[in-house]
Design a protein around this ligand. Structure first.
Ligand code: C2E
Ligand code: CA
Ligand code: CA
Ligand code: CA
Length: 278
């Protein structure tokens, strides 16, 4: 009986291993997609809600499969982060934006371009050189670049993160805290990281019309930000009622479906090129 059990265990182990070997490893899939140029930038316009003018865009990655289907970042960014592929992916995305939109954006230095930077990128100072080198060869000026700290996990080393942020600011880029008020991106990040911009998450934008407390929180965040000389961008704005409320709160910039969804490069460039170059 023991021999039979041992054989069953060995066979069971085999069965468990077999399908895993046949299945594609999702990390290698993602690596291959990156190498094949399937991870492409989309651009969501950011609008000045007082004048209605375009202020720039946030770059949001899409996985464009060879069959033409689009995969949204929620389903592969966590894997890119945990596998360490995020750094190559982010560099590649910056290069692609330079290649695709560099000429048009460079001629219009008033326009800003924002990239999502996973928090862990701020724990390795080689990112400072990467950013400098990538934009050194592009018409996009470093003063047009915004890096959004998107924090899925709490920041482990504040001092180090703060130093790398300062070094990046030394290049002329501006740093934003993404999704302020949600997850780990709380007040302490606002107070301690020395950033230039805060982004108010859709969750609050959705609630300001109906929930008095959310309104008060956003009011407080905006006051604090302005006292600290930070700009404020509201995201996920879906209707004009929200635009009006945000304007009343003193917020200058916003993005959301009410203005435009994330657009493929060609559509975004049409908007940019409608603006007179300097
Ligand atoms: P996020 O940075 O908070 O980006 C805003 C998300 O809200 C985007 O989702 C955008 O498409 C969506 N959105 C914009 N306006 C509206 C609206 O009016 N209504 C609604 N319902 N949604 C709106 P997306 O593109 O699926 O990206 C999800 C998240 O993935 C981003 O959230 C960001 O954290 C991450 N992500 C995207 N691209 C990158 C990247 O290149 N690097 C890193 N590290 N993260 C990225
Ligand atoms: Ca963002
Ligand atoms: Ca955000
Ligand atoms: Ca968000």
């Amino acid at each position: 009986i023991y021999v039979a059990m041992a054989i069953a265990v060995v066979l069971g182990a085999f069965w468990l291993l077999l399908p895993r070997r046949r299945e594609n490893d999702p990390v290698s899939d993602l690596k291959r997609a990156l190498a094949a140029g399937e991870l492409v930038p989309y651009y969501q316009p950011i609008v000045d809600i007082r004048s209605g003018q375009l202020r720039g865009a946030e770059v949001l990655v899409r996985w464009r499969k060879p069959d033409g289907s689009l995969v949204f970042p929620g389903s592969f960014i966590p894997l890119a982060e945990s596998s360490g592929l995020i750094r190559d992916m982010t560099r590649d995305l910056m290069r692609r934006v330079c290649a695709e939109a560099g000429a048009s954006l460079g001629l219009r230095p008033g326009l800003k371009i924002s990239f999502n930077f996973a928090g862990k990128l701020f724990s390795d100072e080689t990112i400072v050189k990467d950013v400098r080198n990538i934009f050194a060869n592009s018409p996009i000026k470093l003063s047009q670049v915004v890096l959004e700290v998107t924090e899925r996990d709490p920041i482990e080393n504040f001092t180090e993160t703060r130093q790398i942020i300062a070094a990046l600011q030394g290049l002329g880029v501006r740093i934003a805290i993404d999704d302020v008020g949600t997850g780990h991106s709380g007040l302490s990040y606002m107070l301690k990281l020395g950033v230039d911009i805060i982004k108010i998450d859709k969750m609050f934008v959705d609630a300001i019309g109906t929930d008095r407390n959310s309104m008060t929180i956003v009011e407080t965040l905006v006051d604090l930000a302005h006292n600290m000389r930070m700009d404020v961008v509201a995201e996920g704005v879906e209707n004009f009622e929200q635009v009006t409320l945000l304007r009343e709160l003193g917020i200058r910039s916003a993005q959301g479906y009410v203005f435009a969804p994330p657009l493929p490069g060609s559509a975004f460039l049409q908007l940019v090129e409608a603006i007179e170059p300097l």
